[in-house]
Design a binder for this molecule. Sequence first.
Ligand SMILES: [Zn+2]
Length: 220
Amino acid sequence: MASAKSTFVPALLVIDMQYDFVHGSLAVPNATTIIDIVNSLLALPFATKIGTKDFHPPNHVSFAATHDKDVFSKITIYPPGDIKEERALEQVLWPVHCVASTPGSAFVEGLDHKALDSVIYKGTHPEIESYSAFQDPWHLATTELPKTLEGLGVTDVFLVGLAGDYCVKCTAMDAADFGYKTWVIKDAVRSVSEGGSEWEEMEKKGIHIVDSAQVRKLVT
Ligand SMILES: [Zn+2]
């Protein structure tokens, strides 16, 4: 009798483990404490290990300096050339961070980035913010990520990295929307703000919140 063994093809997404998010202009609290855990997960036999980088032009729409406004104030953004009320999104204005090819955009020292099979760049268009590594918030375009995962027959997407309340959450939500069984490894994630609703929002979406010890048993 043929075996009914179900397919399990896990991918690890390492979100934005970059200098500026760990030590630099937009340092996430306690981000250094997850580097060793992320490295230990990078040593597991995932079918593929993909890093992401926030990689902005110097005049990016998400920078307070671009608008001559205060850091952490908010503006309304629209898709380029499509200023319609139903397309409006609220944008937090950040300090200048992860400018493409500057030291701030490099993978943080100590991260075993050589274990990554590929890197996805996001936020590269001056007028488009993209917290998700899959696509921009208006779904104008996707990155290479959906094609890469599909090409490898990935069934399960595991996420670690920074920041839990922005890029990890948005990428996890999209992973679920793209049909992947999605897992966020909580002890390998740090958020900008404490006590936010990101874990609840992800669980509500059917995303599995796990810890690295559980993942070590799943991916062997
Ligand atoms: Zn950014």
